[in-house]
Write a protein that binds this ligand. Structure first.
Ligand SMILES: N[C@@H](CCC(=O)N[C@@H](CS)C(=O)NCC(=O)O)C(=O)O
Length: 202
């Protein structure tokens, strides 16, 4: 399998998952502005939507959208928790993946937009803070990960998106349990390996 990624982008969640699951893979960096890859492939021919992640399967098929890539990878290996269909944990997994994609990830949009104004960013900061208030209540019961003791793909995605706060001057220390959670995921071996491979940490 090959993951098309941008350093530190949402594709990092899929990268962490590939490593957590011990799956054979390659990575190839994408310049989404130029729509080319580091091997000079036309990225729009791989993913016409132009954004990352794209997971290229050994069959040559391309799978896109973080939520589907993550669930596919979560179900492939045995190292991280993949709840069975029809269980409440499976529904919760989808609940957290959906929340991260549709609410939190989207809320960060103005911070990474070339056209957003300072007012747009200020408004986005308030929206992100409201989402973090909610997430702080989730971790108030002392759980280590979203589904309790078991690390799942929902954690790889929530970690990556929440960690963006550290790059846009939103002080995560205001949400101590969420901050602890981010550190917990950051300190996992697979997270360290993926971040090193993307040149984000040394
Ligand atoms: N709906 C997509 C959104 C993916 C997305 O927003 N990717 C961003 C990085 S986090 C990206 O590639 N942005 C560059 C661009 O749009 O040019 C998903 O969930 O996978």
């Amino acid at each position: 399998m090959k993951l098309f990624y941008k350093p530190g982008a949402c594709s990092l969640a899929s990268h962490i998952t590939l490593i957590e699951q011990g799956l054979d893979h390659e990575i190839e960096q994408v310049d989404t502005d130029a729509a080319t890859t580091e091997n000079n492939q036309d990225y729009l021919a791989i993913n016409p939507k132009g954004y990352v992640p794209t997971l290229q399967l050994d069959s040559g098929e391309n799978l896109t959208e973080s939520v589907s890539v993550l669930q596919y990878l979560g179900d492939l290996g045995k190292n991280i928790y993949a709840p069975a269909n029809g269980t409440i944990d499976k529904a919760r997994l989808q609940e957290y993946l959906s929340y991260t994609a549709a609410e939190l990830h989207k809320a960060f949009g103005p911070f990474f937009s070339n056209t957003a104004s300072e007012a747009d960013k200020e408004k986005a900061g308030k929206t992100v803070a409201e989402k973090f208030d909610y997430l702080e209540t989730i971790f108030a019961d002392g759980r280590d990960y979203l589904l309790g003791e078991n690390f799942s793909v929902a954690d790889t995605y929530l970690f990556v998106v929440t960690n963006w706060a550290n790059f846009v001057d939103i002080p995560l220390a205001n949400w101590p349990k969420l901050n602890d959670y981010v550190l917990r995921v950051f300190n996992r071996d697979a997270t360290q390996k993926a971040m090193k491979a993307e040149g984000l940490i040394s």
